[in-house]
Each structure stands twice: as structure tokens, then as C-alpha cells.
Ligand binder design. Structure first.
Ligand code: ADP
Ligand code: MG
Length: 943
């Protein structure tokens, strides 16, 4: 038996070795060691680090610390910085080339302030970190070891979770240690433990046998059984407690005998605190102030700082530090740190609170004087409680600005809340409130609105007040509160300077698109928006045009050409794609207007440009909005697979940036429409519909699309009554977006078909005819064709054929390929029923071709059946393989068809390159193709 031997951890070591094997085999391993303090987590993680080095792997290590919980990405920087430095120099550029560049500010050197972040940097930073890690792991397997994860800053926890979810196929192992996650109340920690295939190791207390072993190793004699049992029961078999106990027994010279057992039992009423404090008491009297100073300073205590706080001269402090090392209180290292957080906590707890606060205040002042980082100083300012120093608020604001720059809005908000507690003059208070509101809005914290409203009231100039009101409006809007956004913006109108009033008006009208109550409140403002006659001169005019374009579509008596004209003008400026309109849905709104006006290809290009820009800058909300809208444009152009891929991306992203309610309806609708076309059952979609923001999403005006899509899916599976209920819900007394705009929501024609199937022909005809009239009035061909087809199908005989032919003519030359194919199928079917079997074949064959290529399996099946019934023998499908692709394979294939390489696809879809390779090879196999170029061809024709 050797002292310090690792006891009873065979299973844990095997589990950890397995995770290293995963890294070596590019399987991406994840292990979490969970347990109470002192149970032996750090010890196991130390083994992992040593083992990984022995295997030639690259190791990153970081340890959470209580005082550093507010340091944005603190843990991740600790983890990766050494590797980044090691690769330094010219390689640094290679390291941060491509998508990893988004994470570069985290590792910035020197004085340079972090670069100006995108509006919502976290999304970009996480993406960048993923690519950095991938790059680091490319050369040799990377093992990331994180200890005391319960003290990780939020941003780092997000990053670790993000990596863990994407580890599949990477030569990467993530190994973390944490106190029991359930007791920490941190959702992201619990999620990490619940990650599928994570090895969760929970080291057990030592058994009586192991305790006896340990005692024998320490004392050199076999302990008496009652003594060993006493030691086990007072420590509960916790290795740290056992170690502390043994320490004390040694100091007291106690023999491991039956008599010793009663002393052991006496020692324990206050548990570990007793033995630790007894140990400190044996040191010279000035040892305690030093121990306290180190405890206050936290994990990175410089000797000179600790000496100053303890009122000792540095030489004496060093002597005492050595004594604390000898008695196993401090680690043998500089800066000074405790051997275990529990021991540090014991010392802190034994201090009077006032003394602790005073020492933190002193630490803040000292660290500030010698130029320590703002967040280090700020951490002590916060720990000191209210601090009346004139510089305190400034330090906190600086720390907050740094946090925002790195994309950690939550940490920034924490610092700013502390700054509000400092004495502030009104103008500065207003600035702090604005900064706080901005940070909270980014973090999705509902307190944002209250703080921004206060900031508006404290604004020193009308310009500032207007700017803050726009921020306040945006915060309300992103939280799905349209009416409140409008209230705030209208309030600001009263005092707004001449030049900014139009900006507010445009924001008000834009907010009116959000929900029905907001639409009412915004109504009277539409008339006040002045559109420029020609091209917009600035962002403000462009926003006005965009908003008016959408309004021209959805207002009663709207007109497709007028809509398209306004939208195209809003998009007229050349630099536009690189500059989405700040604070608003500007460009995206103009794109939506193009979609309903049937300018689908133009809209698709616009959304792609916005998306590119948003991805490069890490602007999550813009990326989410553009993806969702592009999915809708693609679906309308009959590109089902492409639409579905965008929709799923948009939903992922929406969830990540807490904007599922505001951004999620269109992509959810698209995923549902696509399922209906592909013949997938409702069960596959139900989970997507039951998301946490579902309730709030129902209040957003785009929800009409979800209702309509769900109705389509119900109808496709023969649940006609459910379908009818959904279609009719689209006509609630307050208009959804486009209740009377069939180009947006052709609910009447679908309801008509359902009613006809249920036997109410009269009502069916009425609704279908109403839609034909509405569609003609607006003038977008796709909607006209859809309405005409329904009006045909609710009738019989020659009348049916005549109207179907009319619908077919309207749809023939547009890009609504699926609608055209649907109409052709109906036409062929009707002709066949009337006995014109040969004539029926041509439309049916054309329909089959389009449907197969689009991946519209349900329609293809129907066309095929009809063809057979007409006596034709449909040839084997060219594109049958396309339908066999899984959604993940479709996402990859579609990007490949756009000409992207595996690496680019991986960056775009946040998959590993390896995963993309795997998908690509099954795509090739399923499609029976040999090269990517052929995939492009096949999907292109399919689209
Ligand atoms: N299985 C074990 N056998 C022997 N000693 C152990 C064992 N596990 C932990 N120790 C010792 O107990 C002390 C506390 O362990 P540590 O890993 O720091 O706990 P944790 O990180 O869980 O708080 C350390 O001194 C460590 O060496
Ligand atoms: Mg530990």
C-alpha cells in the first residue's frame, strides 16, 4: 500500500479511458464526473490529463472559480488560450481563417479592446469556437478537461454544450468535473449531463476496506477495526475529509487504536471546518490574516497582493505561505491558491462578513491601481457589496462593455446591474440603463423593457431619447409584444426631432406586422409614412419603402404590382445586401413582399445575401429571419428539399437565440407543408409544433401560416374535419397576416375542398369563388391558379375541366411548379374519368415528372396511379432516389448542389466535416451517382 494511491476508482478510470479512445477514433467523446466536494473529481481529471499527454494528444485544461463566474468566456479562454498561443505566429492566421475568425476576439492580445461585435455576437462566437476547436483537433486529437464546471461562466457553459452537441465525428474528448448538477440549478449544466451518449461518472464514497487501507499506508500499522470504522463513519468515506482527518490525527499523535476511535468521534461535530480551523490555529498568529487574504483574492493571489491585504511585509508573507503549504492548506505554487475550494470556503465562512467585504474593497482598489483587467477588479467590487468609490461604476461598465464585445450579454447585464447600485449622476445613470437594457434584450431577459424605458426618460437630448425608444421598441418586438412596442414608439414621437420622426413611424408600422392588436394600433400610422418618389436616399427611407411594400400587400385591396414596385425600390441601393437595416426587419420585410407578389427568385437572392452577411457577422436574428423566409420562397417555387433544409436550420437557430416565437412560424409552416408534400405523417411533425414558445407564437400574426400548413397536412392524411377546422381558423375575425390575401394564405380554397369532401357543395363553391375574386384583385398568378383549381374541383363535368384548363394556363409559365403539377394531375384524372384516356396521359406524365423531381412523393404517387389507370406504363422514376434521402442527407445534398465543398457545408450546417462526408457518400449511393457534379444536376432538375 502506497500513500496517495488512488483507491476504488477502477470503473471510473475505464470509463475515462473509453472517452479518450473515442477521441482517438474520431468519435467525439464526452464524460462528466459528477460528485460532492472532496469525492475525488479533480483527482480523476488529473489522471485524464496525464493519460492524454501520454497518448500524444493535445490537452486543454481549465478550472472554474467562484470569483470568475462573471468573466465572459473566462473558462473557455483558459481552456484554449495556451493552444492558440502555442500555434501562434503565422499559424495563428491559418487557425483563425474561415469561420473560426468569429472567435478570434476571445484570444486577442495586448491592449486592443475587443472588436466591435455583431448585434448578437454569442451566436457567431459559438460558431467560431467550434471551428477553432475543429482546427486544433485536426492535427492531433484534442482533449478538453474542465474542472469545477459548476462555477463556469454562462457563456462558457453555452460553448461547452454547443461543442458537446456537435462532437460526433471529431477527434475530440470533452471531460468535465462538476458538483451535483441538480443542486446547482443551472440548466445548461443539467443539459450537458443529459447529452445522449455522455459517460456520466459518479465516484462513490470509499468503503471500509479502502479506509483501512489508507490508514495503514499513512501510519504503517494495520489499524484497529473500531478505529477504521470510526474514521469511515465520521468522514462518510469522503477522501478529502479522510485526508483532513488523518492530518489532524497525525498532529495530535493519535494511534489507530480502539481508544483513538473515541477521539475521532469527538472531532467531528462541525465536520471539516473544525479540523481545518484547528490546523490554522496551530500556525503563527499572522498566518490567519494571510490565509484570509488569499481566500478573498481567490484562485490567483499574487504574494504581494496577499501581503498587502494581510498587512504583512512580502518576505514574511512568503514565509507564512510556505508554512501554509507545509500544512497542506495552500498548493505549492504561485500565484497562491488553496489545495481545495472547500478549505478556502471554510476560511471565508469563518470571517466576519464586514471584514470580508472590506478586504474585497481593498482588493478591488489594489488590482485597479496596478492595471488588472476590468473584470477582475469588477468581481471584487461586486463581492464588496455597494462601493462608493467614484471609479466603481466605471470599472463595472468597462467590464460590461468587454463582456458584450465577446457576446456574453448575460454577464454584461450582471455587471451593469451592480453599476446601478453605485452613486450615479442622472446622465450617467441613463447611459448605464441603456447599456443594461441593450444587454438584457440580447440575453432575452424581460427586465430589458423596464430599464430601457427608464433610460428614455433620462435621455439628455431628443436624439438620444429617440434612439433609446427605438431600442425599447425592438426589445418589445423581439419578445413578441407588438402593442407595447408601438406604445413606446408613439410616446417617443411627441418629442422626436423633425428628422427622426419618420424613423419612428416606420418602426411603428413594422411593429404592427407582429400581432393583431399591434396591427390595429399601427393602422393610423401607415398613412403618415412618406415614401420617397425614387430610390431611397438613406436607411430611413429604405425602411419606409420596405414597410410600405408589405403594407401594400396585406392591406384590403392590395395590389401585387404596386407591392413589387415598392419592394424593388426599397432594395434598389447597391450596397444594400451588405447592410441590413438596423433594428428592423427592413430588408426581410421587403423580401416577404416580393414573395407574395410572386417575385420568388428575386426574393430568394435577397434572402441569400442577407443570410450570407448575417452569418459572416454572427447576427443571429437576421440569419434566422432570412433563413425562415428563404425556406418559404423555396417552397413556393416547388423546391421542397431545399425549403425543408432552410426551415430546419431556421428552427434550430430560432431556438438558440430564444426567438422561436417571433421568427419560428414561417419555417414551422414550411416544414409542415413539406411533410404534407412528401407524404410524411403528422406524428413526425408533432414535436416540432410542441416547442416551448408555442403559446407565444400563436399570438404572432404569421401564425396563420402554421394553421394553414397544419390543415394541409391533416387533409393529406384524410383527416378532413381537422383540416377544415384549421383552415377556418385562418379567418378569425381579426385578420391574421393575409386573411384576405390568398397569395399569402389560400385558406378559402383549401376549406372549399374540405367542405366539398364533407358534402357541403354550396358553401364550398361560395368560398372558392370568393378566393378567385380576391386573387384576381391582387393579381399574383400563383394564387389565381390555386383558387381556380379549387373552384374547378368543387364543380363537376365540363365546368370542372374548363376551369382546370384555365388554372393550368395561369400556372404554366410561373415558378409555382408544384401547383402546376397538381392542377395537371387533376386535369388528367378528370379527362380519364370522362373517357379521354389518351388525352389524359400527357398532363399526367408532365405532372409526374415535376412531382418526382420536386420530391413531392404524395403527388407523384397519385399521378402515377392515374397514369396506370389511363393505360400508360409510367417509366421508372429518374429521381426516385431523391425521395429516399433522409432530411439530414437532403440538407447536405442541397448545399452540394449549390456548389459548396464538404468543408463549407460543414461550416454552414454546423456539422463536422466527417459527418458531411458520411452524408455525401450515402447521397451518392442512394442516388446511384458517382460525382458531386451529378448530384447538382439531379437536384437541379428536381427543383
Ligand atoms: N479514490 C481516491 N483514493 C485516494 N485518494 C483520493 C481518492 N479520490 C480523491 N482522493 C484525494 O482526496 C482529495 C480530494 O480529492 P479531489 O479530487 O480534490 O476532490 P474533488 O475534486 O471531488 O473535490 C485529494 O487530496 C485527492 O488526492
Ligand atoms: Mg475538485
Amino acid at each position: 500500500v502506497r500513500p496517495g494511491e488512488l483507491l476504488e476508482r477502477g470503473a471510473e478510470l475505464a470509463g475515462l479511458a473509453g472517452v479518450l479512445d473515442d477521441a482517438a477514433a474520431r468519435r467525439g467523446g464526452l464524460a462528466v464526473v459528477e460528485g460532492s466536494p472532496g469525492i475525488g473529481k479533480s483527482r480523476l481529471l488529473a489522471w485524464v490529463r496525464a493519460q492524454a499527454r501520454e497518448r500524444g494528444m493535445r490537452v486543454g485544461f481549465a478550472r472554474g472559480a467562484e470569483l470568475e463566474r462573471e468573466f465572459p468566456f473566462g473558462l473557455v479562454r483558459q481552456l484554449l488560450d495556451p493552444a492558440v498561443v502555442e500555434l501562434g505566429g503565422a499559424d495563428r492566421e491559418r487557425l483563425f481563417a474561415g469561420a473560426a475568425a468569429l472567435a478570434e476576439p476571445l484570444f486577442a492580445r495586448g491592449a486592443g479592446a475587443p472588436r466591435l461585435p455583431a448585434a448578437d455576437a454569442t451566436y457567431g462566437t459559438l460558431q467560431g469556437l467550434y471551428w477553432l476547436v475543429e482546427e486544433l483537433a485536426a492535427e492531433r486529437p484534442l482533449v478538453l478537461v474542465l474542472d469545477d464546471l459548476q462555477w463556469a461562466d454562462e457563456a462558457s457553459l453555452s460553448a461547452i454544450g454547443f461543442l458537446a452537441r456537435r462532437r460526433e465525428g471529431l477527434p475530440l474528448a470533452i471531460v468535465a468535473g462538476t458538483r451535483p448538477a441538480a443542486a446547482e440549478g443551472r440548466a445548461q449544466l443539467a443539459e450537458l449531463l443529459a447529452e445522449p451518449d455522455a459517460a456520466v461518472l459518479r465516484p462513490a464514497s470509499l468503503t471500509g476496506g479502502a479506509v483501512a487501507h489508507w490508514l495503514e499506508a499513512e501510519t504503517g500499522t494495520v489499524p484497529d477495526a473500531t478505529f477504521a470504522e470510526a474514521c469511515r463513519s465520521v468522514t462518510g468515506g469522503n477522501p478529502l475529509l479522510l485526508k483532513e482527518l488523518v492530518h489532524e490525527l497525525r498532529a495530535e499523535g493519535l494511534a489507530p487504536s480502539a481508544e483513538g476511535a473515541s477521539r475521532v468521534r469527538q472531532l467531528t461535530p462541525q465536520g471539516i471546518a473544525t479540523v481545518v480551523l484547528l490546523r490554522l490555529a496551530r500556525l503563527p498568529a499572522d498566518g490567519t490574516p494571510l490565509a484570509r487574504a488569499v481566500a478573498v483574492l481567490g484562485d490567483l493571489a499574487e504574494v504581494r497582493d496577499a501581503a498587502a491585504l494581510a498587512r504583512l511585509d512580502p518576505a514574511r508573507a512568503r514565509e507564512l505561505a510556505a508554512a501554509l503549504v507545509a500544512s497542506d492548506v495552500l498548493e505549492d505554487a504561485e500565484p497562491l491558491r488553496y489545495v481545495h475550494p472547500i478549505i478556502r470556503a471554510t476560511v471565508l465562512d469563518a470571517m466576519p462578513a464586514a471584514e470580508r467585504a472590506a478586504l474585497h474593497a481593498e482588493a478591488a482598489a489594489r488590482l485597479r491601481e496596478r492595471g488588472a483587467g476590468a473584470d477582475h477588479v469588477a468581481a471584487h467590487v461586486v463581492a464588496a457589496g455597494r462601493l462608493d468609490e467614484p471609479w466603481a461604476a466605471g470599472v463595472l461598465r468597462e467590464a460590461a462593455a468587454g463582456a458584450l464585445g465577446l457576446g456574453d450579454a448575460m454577464a454584461a447585464a450582471g455587471w451593469l446591474r451592480a453599476a446601478l447600485a453605485a452613486p450615479l449622476a442622472d446622465p450617467e445613470r441613463g447611459d448605464v440603463l441603456e447599456q443594461l437594457g441593450r444587454a438584457e434584450a440580447l440575453a432575452g431577459d424581460p427586465a430589458a423593457a423596464g430599464h430601457l424605458a427608464e433610460a428614455v426618460a433620462l435621455a439628455a437630448s431628443p436624439e438620444r431619447a429617440t434612439e433609446r425608444a427605438v431600442l425599447l421598441g425592438t426589445a418589445h418586438k423581439m419578445a413578441g409584444r407588438g402593442e407595447e412596442a408601438i406604445l413606446a414608439l408613439t410616446d417617443a414621437l411627441a418629442g422626436a426631432p423633425e428628422g427622426l420622426a419618420q424613423r419612428l413611424e416606420a418602426e411603428i408600422v413594422g411593429a404592427g406586422f407582429l400581432d393583431r392588436a399591434a396591427a390595429r394600433a399601427a393602422r393610423e400610422h401607415v398613412g403618415r409614412l412618406r415614401a420617397p418618389d425614387g430610390e431611397p436616399a438613406d436607411d430611413q427611407e429604405r425602411l419606409a419603402l420596405a414597410v410600405l411594400a408589405w403594407d401594400a400587400a396585406v392591406k384590403p385591396g392590395g395590389d401585387a404590382d404596386a407591392t413589387a414596385e415598392l419592394a424593388s425600390r426599397a432594395l434598389g441601393m447597391p450596397q444594400l445586401a451588405a447592410q441590413p437595416i438596423p433594428g428592423g426587419q427592413g430588408l426581410i420585410v421587403a423580401g416577404m413582399a416580393l414573395v407574395v407578389a410572386d417575385r420568388t427568385a428575386e426574393a430568394d437572392r435577397l434572402f441569400s445575401d442577407v443570410l450570407d452577411h448575417a452569418r459572416r457577422t454572427g447576427a443571429g436574428a437576421a440569419a434566422g429571419g432570412a433563413l425562415g423566409m428563404r425556406s418559404w420562397a423555396r417552397l413556393r417555387a416547388g423546391r421542397i428539399a431545399a425549403a425543408e433544409a432552410d426551415a430546419l436550420d431556421a428552427l434550430d437557430l430560432g431556438a438558440q437565440i430564444h426567438a422561436r416565437a417571433v421568427l419560428g412560424n414561417p419555417p414551422l409552416a414550411v416544414a409542415t407543408y413539406a411533410a404534407a408534400e412528401r407524404g410524411r405523417p403528422w406524428e413526425e411533425l408533432a414535436a416540432l409544433h410542441a416547442h416551448p414558445g408555442a403559446e407565444a407564437a400563436r399570438e404572432v400574426m404569421s401564425y396563420g401560416l402554421v394553421l394553414h400548413a397544419r390543415g394541409r397536412l391533416h387533409a393529406s392524411e384524410g383527416r378532413t374535419e381537422d383540416a377544415l377546422a384549421d383552415f377556418e381558423a385562418c379567418s378569425r375575425d381579426e385578420p391574421w397576416w393575409g386573411r384576405d390575401l390568398p397569395s399569402l394564405l389560400p385558406w378559402r380554397s383549401d376549406a372549399a375542398l374540405a367542405l366539398a369532401a364533407l358534402g357541403d357543395a354550396a358553401r364550398a363553391c361560395e368560398l372558392a369563388d370568393e378566393e378567385v375574386a380576391l386573387a384576381h384583385a391582387f393579381g399574383a398568378p400563383r394564387a389565381v391558379g390555386i383558387a381556380l383549381r379549387a373552384a374547378a374541383l368543387v364543380r363537376e363535368g365540363a365546368e370542372r375541366v374548363r376551369r382546370l384548363e384555365e388554372a393550368e394556363r395561369v400556372l404554366r409559365d410561373g415558378d409555382a411548379r408544384l401547383e402546376w403539377a397538381r392542377t395537371l394531375t387533376d386535369l388528367g384524372a378528370e379527362q380519364r374519368r370522362q373517357g379521354a384516356r389518351t388525352a389524359a396521359r400527357r398532363p399526367l406524365a408532365a405532372a409526374l415528372d415535376v412531382a418526382v423531381r420536386a420530391g413531392a412523393d404524395r403527388l407523384a404517387d397519385r399521378a402515377r396511379q392515374e397514369l396506370r389507370a389511363s393505360g400508360a406504363r409510367p417509366r421508372r422514376d429518374v429521381g426516385s432516389g431523391v425521395g429516399a434521402l433522409t432530411p439530414a442527407e437532403r440538407r447536405v445534398a442541397d448545399r452540394a448542389a449549390e456548389g459548396l465543398g464538404n468543408r463549407e457545408i460543414a461550416q454552414l450546417l454546423w456539422l463536422s466535416e466527417k459527418t458531411v462526408e458520411t452524408h455525401m457518400s450515402s447521397v451518392l449511393r442512394k442516388l446511384g451517382l458517382r460525382s458531386r457534379a451529378e448530384v447538382a444536376q439531379m437536384l437541379e432538375t428536381a427543383a
